[in-house]
Design a binder for this molecule. Structure first.
Ligand SMILES: Nc1ncnc2c1ncn2[C@@H]1O[C@H](COP(=O)(O)OP(=O)(O)O)[C@@H](O)[C@H]1O
Ligand SMILES: [Mg+2]
Length: 347
């Protein structure tokens, strides 16, 4: 059965009319996402991928709880579209299906031409973490165990060291080791916080007419650290739009601006310092590099590839990005301490 036929089969359970137009949405890399539109309605229907989430009901449950918490605080967030039985998701043999009202008139913050929205994206993510500060962490179950466990991903990559060195080439292998030396053993640690878990720009929607950005994709809400969400956001902000190198001053300006807006709504806790947060973007890029490279060496089982070798290229690109970000870290820590951040946290 084609994916579209499957969507048509599921549609009545969500009260979606048979005559509605169905369009697959590009954008996400994990779930299968569709827009279902008819004259009176516009809905995003999604299959949570059971190949990625060991129990696809877990991300649905965590995400729904986080959204209910945010809505109670009046935050702009996705509006769940329940099934005809009033449930927030429907478990099927091919995964968990759920729906949201489609946010028409928004563009993902990583779309071409959206760079002007970095501040709005930073504000939305920082505000989100502030809203999650009193979320009951004990009610969350890890949807992806070890997702942001840098030491674990490094150990898995190290198991392939002999082949990895040959495959990567001398220069990238050297970068990998230099990153390990400069980032230290636990660059992502910190006091536990409820975090979004996937704060890349693709998960922030910017309204075309201005106004507050909306954060989507609550599948990975988890107990983690500020460094993880802050680092992943700035890693995503730092990724060059065209795939080409840029002057480090341009990169620094963009990362500083986005980082300040992210931190502005938050009060840092004991154990969260600007010096450590400034290393987090490099640490997240380095972790992602090792995940891509491990997957390449293990036959592309996790990250979908369009062509063989794509995960090797992705891994090399993240290693280069991690190096650039590690070089910026001391200056970033100072820049974050300027007005807008908290001077007592200066390194
Ligand atoms: N409620 C929504 N309205 C409009 N677009 C959305 C909505 N939710 C998500 N999207 C878009 O769909 C893409 C994929 O959805 P997402 O939940 O992030 O799935 P994935 O886990 O595959 O990343 C997002 O990057 C975003 O661009
Ligand atoms: Mg997403």
């Amino acid at each position: 059965m084609t994916e579209l036929a499957r969507v048509r089969e599921l549609a009545p359970h969500f009260g979606l009319p048979a005559a509605a137009e169905v369009m697959p949405l590009a954008g996400g890399h994990i779930n299968a996402t569709f827009r279902v539109r008819w004259p009176q309605g516009d809905v995003l229907l999604q299959r949570v991928n059971p190949a990625v989430f060991p129990d696809p009901e877990v991300p649905c449950r965590n995400g729904a709880a986080a959204l209910a918490h945010l809505r109670a605080k009046g935050a702009a967030c996705p509006q769940p579209w329940p099934t005809r039985d009033g449930a927030l998701w429907r478990l099927e043999p091919d995964g968990c299906w759920r729906a949201f009202t489609f946010l028409a008139g928004y563009a993902a913050a990583d779309a071409p031409g959206q760079r002007g929205g970095l501040r709005a994206a930073g504000t939305a993510l920082g505000t989100l973490l502030a809203h999650l500060e009193d979320f009951p962490a004990e009610t969350l179950t890890p949807a992806l165990p070890r997702f942001h466990d840098l030491a674990w991903h490094s150990e898995r990559f190290a198991e392939h060291a002999l082949r990895a060195e040959k495959t990567l080439g001398r220069e990238f292998w050297r970068l990998h080791h230099a990153l390990g030396a400069s980032l230290g053993r636990r660059p992502l640690e910190g006091p536990p916080r409820v975090i979004h878990g996937d704060t890349k720009l693709a998960n922030v929607l910017l309204p075309r007419g201005g106004g507050p950005a909306v954060v989507v994709d609550f599948d990975t809400v988890m107990v983690g650290t500020l460094a993880m969400d802050f680092g992943d956001f700035l890693r995503s902000v730092a990724a060059p739009e065209t795939g080409q190198a840029e002057a480090s001053a341009t990169l620094m300006g963009r990362v500083t601006q986005a980082g300040r807006t992210f931190l502005a709504p938050l009060a840092l806790r004991e154990g969260e310092t600007l010096a450590q947060l400034a290393r987090a973007p490099a640490a997240m890029a380095w972790m992602l590099a090792q995940r891509f490279l491990t997957d390449h060496l293990e036959g592309d089982r996790y990250f979908r590839v369009a062509t063989p070798g794509q995960n090797l290229l992705r891994g090399q690109a993240q290693l280069a990005l991690a190096s650039a970000l590690a070089a910026l870290a001391p200056a970033l820590a100072k820049a974050l301490a300027l007005p807008g951040a908290k001077p007592q946290d200066a390194p």
